[in-house]
Design a protein around this ligand. Sequence first.
Ligand SMILES: Cc1ncc(COP(=O)(O)O)c(C=O)c1O
Length: 460
Amino acid sequence: MSASTAVAALDRQQVLTTLGRHWNPTAALMLAATGRQLESHARGTEVFGEDGSRALDFAGSYGVFLVGHQNDAVRAAVLDALDTAPSLVPGTVHPATADLFGLLTEILPAGLDRFALGCSGAEISEIALRAAYLARPERRRIVIVEGGYHGKTLGALTVLGQREHRDDFAPADRDLVIVPPGDAGAVREAVAGRDVAAVFVEPVLGGAYLRVPPADFMPDVARACRQTGTLLVADEIQTGFGRTGRMFAIEHSGVVPDIMLLSKALTGGFVPVAVVAMSEEVLSDARRSPQWYPGVLDGTGGSALSVAAAAATIRVVRDQNLPERAETVGRALREGLHRAVREHPRHLVDAPGIGLMTGLRTRNPSVENLISMQMAARGIHLGHSLNEQMDQPVLRFYPPLTVSAAEIERVLVALDASLDWLDRRPAWLMRRITWLLRRQYRLPPTLVLKLMHSDLEVNW
Ligand SMILES: Cc1ncc(COP(=O)(O)O)c(C=O)c1O
């Protein structure tokens, strides 16, 4: 039985009950309330519902599915590794690992050719923290950007710029300096005392914010870091491998960081893996620390399966020139989104983005949710900000870089229709929906389902 028939054979109520009881009641409730189909399988830009329905995936798991779902070349590499890998023991150097490091050295800026492997973005954020503390042992302070995201494990939470997700878990902020996004002056001031080990920054701030910084931001930050011996850590977990129209987002500014974080799109969505790329200078500084020991920067990542998938994904990105495609095809999408903003100022603030890292900054959470639901009803999945407390959340459009011009056109036509539908809703209704959205997790689930006219039962 194929995976798709196995899912199709399950009763929807039963799946939601299992999800709600054993894992994620909020996700179960949202699936039940919105009537969104459970996905049975996916291919290219399309995901297929349990009932045979098809939808265009412009959410892409927030950037994971960069080369589309089930990319043939990556799939073949994974299957081959499954059959031929000599060992899955982490730390083993087999040909696929050497292949991956060779490819990374070719596409990364010169000098970033020392690597450490992990399984997730959060894990490599912690490896970068360890490297920074080792390389600058006399410094304890870290600079982060307000709203920045580097993962949710305890160490990664120390450098999380989203206070609401950090404060209950992370240690006190005494060694943390939080600067506003895009404010190089604040970074310069923060590192001036030469007591900061590292600045963590996303070259384009992702999350529910999606902010492209001013052109001089990264060069100014890099200069301030260089002048004060502070390490610059560029988190390219969401921006890397072409999403912004260049292989890496830092290429827009010509800046070369000391440490770079890579994950998400790296294996085409098949196997989780994450890579820290560092300069030899960082490593040789770190080795001089009394805290250094071999393996201090290692994690469990780097199975044969994951490195083979990563190498194959990089080849697809490079050989199909996907960064350039993100730039050209992305222009059409961004123009369409800008047109929507001009035509619907009552609902939309702007259309931030670069390449195919795009979105709509909405006037309030009800606009974001209603567009998202209207688009879903028209067979388009978008990337919800997952943040109803924000005043102007950004609804994200992150299609695979293999997306066709026709698929983009289809999305823009659906967006027009969704916004026309929204235009016919009165302002009081929008305010009421925002009020409800902000309290939805505290409302009785049965009431939420009733309000959404769902006939499913909450029995978890
Ligand atoms: C920029 C950035 N950094 C780090 C992470 C954390 O990655 P993970 O969820 O694999 O821990 C993410 C995940 O969304 C991210 O977007």
